[in-house]
Write a protein that binds this ligand. Structure first.
Ligand code: NAD
Length: 417
């Protein structure tokens, strides 16, 4: 990690990878073929990736008796950037989701999900090209932390008494005898680091807006505070580079709506980054009704989970949507396929490798190897446009040619220019 908050990447870089379970090995093999071909094509041997396998999931369990060996975590920690296929979530008490464990161990506080349409990808909406956004989902807090107490346990009863006797909660728990509890921690620091990362990303990529999505009308001290902390941070840390709806609202109250609107227009004309907010349920409508209005989205963990899949579906990309989990302060980043292991299709060489491949493209961008990232994206777009695709797209397209996972990768390599 460099002193200025950017990772320093050597020309011969070692990247740890987890091939994943189920369809993981098929899609990983295909992705690796394309990543290597693009790097060789663009840099002609001057830059190279050396892949270092680390064990996790079923493969790790079969070989070592552990689902996530400490050594794998140590390597991911040491090398900063890694990539992974999908992992089986072990069923049974006491074993955490491996994905969640990785995120927590490395404090990967941003779940980054770009959502955009590739020409030719079958989509359920009329104008999928209008969607082009990057979602920053908070990855370490919220109801996801797993602080839950099951109905009828002594802990649930204790909590009930604490709430009613000590905190004065009255008439809010409708069926006290049969209630389970979940706790939703949301901190100022956690919210600020997520929103800061989203704003920096938007400024760095010259994007027009950051939208804070929240349910603050109902959950005032968690989601509502997320919004307020976000506006305050934007104004405090980014000053002249941004204009917030908070500032617009102040101007409206003190100087009237016309002046407030004129200021907003001027800020837009000056190319300032607009920081706005939308309530989560409305945002799910807006995703379909006016996706053009949204560029970078910053949101809490649970909202982000729903929003990223809904947004991916609207561009037909649920099978090809990429993702990354990043800590921008330490540099740690794990790039990953967003789909699961699809165990029924393991070793069939039929599934679409694009989700993992595009995560690899995000990884190249993060490393600063933009030229290689661009040439893969272009080659993938050409391949899809020519309708030479895997079964998932083939089933939804007219006159397409059906390719195996490996053939699809070979086709992309042929299209690398
Ligand atoms: P899944 O994503 O594995 O599969 C659901 C369906 O989506 C599949 O039957 C298939 O029709 C389709 N699909 C998935 N990936 C595809 C691809 N690359 N190309 C074409 N079609 C594809 O979801 P699931 O069945 O709910 O979960 C199976 C396992 O995966 C579980 O153990 C779950 O915990 C795990 N999982 C892991 C991750 C991860 O590692 N990030 C994410 C989700 C689920």
């Amino acid at each position: 990690m460099g002193p200025n908050g950017h990772i320093v990447v050597p020309d011969n870089v070692i990247i740890p990878f987890i091939e994943g379970d189920g369809i993981g090995p098929d899609v990983w093999r295909a992705s690796k073929m394309v990543l290597d071909a693009a790097v060789a094509h663009v840099y002609g041997g001057k830059r190279k990736i050396e892949w270092l396998e680390i064990l996790a999931g079923e493969k790790a369990f079969n070989e070592t008796g552990e689902w996530l060996p400490a050594k794998s975590l140590d390597i991911a920690r040491e090398y900063l950037v890694s990539i992974k296929g999908p992992l089986t979530t072990p069923v049974g008490g006491g074993i955490r989701s491996l994905n969640v464990a990785l995120r927590q161990e490395l404090d990967l506080y941003v779940c980054l999900r770009p959502v955009k349409w590739y020409k030719g990808v079958p989509s359920p909406v009329v104008a999928p090209e209008n969607t082009n956004m990057v979602i920053f989902r908070e990855n370490t807090e919220d109801i996801y932390t797993g602080i839950e107490f099951a109905m009828g346990t002594p802990e649930a009863e204790k909590l009930l008494h604490f709430l009613t006797d000590e905190l004065g909660v009255k008439n809010k728990i409708r069926f006290p005898e049969t209630t389970a509890f979940g706790i939703k921690p949301v901190s100022k620091e956690g919210s600020e680091r997520l929103i800061r990362a989203a704003i920096k990303y938007a400024l760095g990529h010259n994007l027009p807006s950051v939208t804070i999505v929240h349910k603050g009308n109902i959950m005032k001290y968690t989601e509502g505070a997320f919004k307020m902390w976000g506006y305050a941070l934007a104004e405090r840390e980014f000053g002249d580079k941004v204009y917030t709806w908070g500032q617009w609202d102040n101007a409206r109250k003190t100087q009237g709506e016309d002046i407030a609107n004129a200021r907003m227009k001027r800020a837009e004309a000056q190319g300032k980054l607009i920081i706005k907010d939308v309530i989560a349920d409305n945002f799910l409508q807006q995703l379909l009704l006016s996706p053009k209005d949204y560029s970078v989205v910053a949101t809490l963990n649970l909202n982000g989970d729903y929003i990223s899949d809904a947004a991916a579906a609207s561009v037909g990309g649920i099978g090809i949507a990429p993702g990354a989990n990043i800590n921008y302060l330490t540099g740690h980043a794990v790039f990953e396929a967003t789909h699961g292991t699809a165990p029924r299709f393991a070793n069939t060489n039929t599934m679409n490798p694009s989700s993992l491949l595009l995560s690899g493209v995000m990884m190249l961008e993060y490393m600063g190897w933009q030229e290689a990232a661009d040439c893969i994206e272009e080659a993938l777009a050409i391949t899809i446009m020519r309708k030479r695709v895997t079964i998932d797209f083939y089933n939804l397209m007219h006159d397409a040619t059906l390719l195996k996972t490996s053939e699809f990768a070979e086709e992309i390599v042929k299209n690398i220019k």
